[in-house]
Design a protein around this ligand. Structure first.
Ligand SMILES: [Zn+2]
Length: 341
């Protein structure tokens, strides 16, 4: 059993049509570990371009290689066959992120080398993100190497060197955490992270709204009285419809997001931008409830606070069944609300 960490560099053209959009591999770099404890064996080979003969200016900027060197290299079919032969039978494959696997597949298909399409490729970046940083953000190779405190003498953006770094990270993760998580385990870890993020966001949003309401005067404040339930209150006309404070157009709030004791919704005036409504509900007398609606213009309501509320909040849908028009005997069109299911 060997572990092959590989990295690709590819060139792109200046496409005039779909067919010319293909990313063409110009270097395959790899590092093979025959066991997790062992030193890696390196592999690096350039590929003679046959699709895009010139290096794209952005590729030129990033990669430390020149065109003449590429012209003397072997064609893709030869390099790829050498590479898979070097890997040996039954190797496990690893890359940093998912781009390299996509580009490899693309090139294998282009050159009719379908026999290699079945290999499973493990996304080590995802494992690193989940195990080390507990995030779903895609960490760069360089950042990961620094974060793990690994030796970083080699220059980046050379497929051979990047593959060595990927192998170092793989071995380090195994040393620290034992066997790498399977893709299914990573799915579960991601789901747990999302749930945790949402819970944290809900707490943070509720605190933020508390502070915000204490500091900021609303542009409109209104009592929405006499409801049997919170849901009735949130769905009511008084909680949802108001005049734009600038121009008297009718505005209507969309769905509510519920965090802590707050309900937040948005509406928009085509001329005067968004308005944010914050509702709290309190007892009214013995049996009824009343809502206090505070409306804020876009300029005073912090966007990050709304994003947090949206992320952590539970959505309360207010969408009503479509209304249908019915003609009365007098010939006047009136709007009749359909029964809600
Ligand atoms: Zn307006």
């Amino acid at each position: 059993m060997s572990y092959v960490f590989f990295d690709l560099e590819w060139n792109q053209g200046y496409p005039r049509n779909e067919a010319e959009k293909i990313d063409e591999i110009i270097q395959i770099g790899a590092c093979r570990l025959d066991s997790w404890q062992e030193e890696g064996k390196p592999f690096s080979a350039y590929v003679r371009p046959s699709i895009h003969k010139k290096l794209h200016h952005q590729v030129k900027k990033m990669l430390p290689l020149d065109q003449n060197r590429l012209k003397k290299a072997d064609p893709f079919k030869k390099v790829a066959a050498d590479f898979f032969h070097w890997c040996g039978a039954g190797a496990s494959f690893f890359t940093w992120g998912t781009c390299d696997a996509r580009v490899l597949d693309l090139n294998l298909c282009w050159y009719g080398m379908e026999e290699y399409l079945d290999i499973e490729i493990y996304d080590l970046q995802r494992a690193f993100d989940l195990l080390v940083l507990r995030t779903i953000h895609q960490t760069s190779l360089e950042t990961a190497v620094t974060e793990l405190g690994l030796d970083s003498q080699l220059t980046y953006h050379d497929a051979g060197n990047d593959a060595v770094y990927t192998a170092l990270i793989g071995a380090e993760l195994v040393r620290r955490y034992g066997a790498l998580p399977t893709p299914e385990e990573m799915d579960r870890m991601e789901e747990e992270l999302r749930i945790q993020r949402r819970q944290e966001a809900a707490v943070e949003a509720a605190q933020g709204l508390e502070e915000f309401l204490n500091q900021q005067e609303p542009i409109l404040r209104r009592k929405c009285s006499h409801f049997d339930s919170v849901h009735d209150c949130l769905k009511s006309r008084s909680a949802r419809v108001f005049h734009c404070p600038e121009c008297e157009s009718w505005l209507c709030n969309g769905n509510w997001y519920h965090v802590g004791r707050f309900y937040v919704a948005r509406s928009r005036c085509l001329d005067h931008g968004r308005f944010y409504s914050v509702m709290t509900v309190e007892p009214e007398g013995e049996e009824k409830l009343q809502g206090i609606l505070s409306v804020f213009p876009e300029v005073s309501f912090p966007q990050p606070l709304f994003q947090l509320t949206k992320l952590g909040g539970q959505v309360i849908e207010v969408r009503q069944m479509p209304r249908k028009r019915r003609r009365t005997r007098r010939g006047k069109a009136t709007i009749v609300k359909r029964e809600e299911s």
